[in-house]
Design a protein around this ligand. Structure first.
Ligand code: AMP
Ligand code: ZN
Length: 111
């Protein structure tokens, strides 16, 4: 499959791993926007949140558990989990992924 994150999962493209189990891989984002910026992805290819169904959506809970474990391991004083979906959401890689951001006070600006 011609998918960047599937290639990272398969080990065909290098990444710096932060966590791995049979269902989930977490690795450092190549262009971090915070001191901690880890991508957490299901090993199963799901293009975006729009493609989740009742069975595959279980993985979202698994990913949140991984995020909270990583945050604890990294001693984060709070963190943010972001999923960009679709064009206006800013999704650039069509394999569902969650950004774990932390290590600084994150902005939250009203419109
Ligand atoms: P999104 O814009 O939400 O689709 O997020 C895609 C993320 O993937 C961006 O934050 C990129 O910096 C990151 N990224 C792209 N290529 C790689 C790569 N080879 N290894 C790690 N992160 C990557
Ligand atoms: Zn994929």
């Amino acid at each position: 499959m011609n998918c960047l994150f599937c290639k990272i999962i398969a080990g065909e493209i290098k990444s710096t791993k932060a966590y791995e189990d049979s269902k989930v891989l977490a690795f450092q984002d190549l262009n971090p926007i915070a001191p901690v910026h880890i991508l957490i992805v299901p090993k199963m290819h799901i293009a975006s949140a729009d493609y989740l169904d009742a069975a595959s959506s279980q993985i979202v809970g698994d990913i949140f558990l991984v995020a909270s474990k990583l945050a604890e391991k990294l001693n984060l004083n709070g963190y943010r989990i972001i999923n960009n979906c679709g064009e206006d959401g800013g999704q650039s890689v069509p394999h569902i992924h969650f950004h774990l951001l932390g290590g600084k006070r994150l902005n939250w600006e009203p419109l």
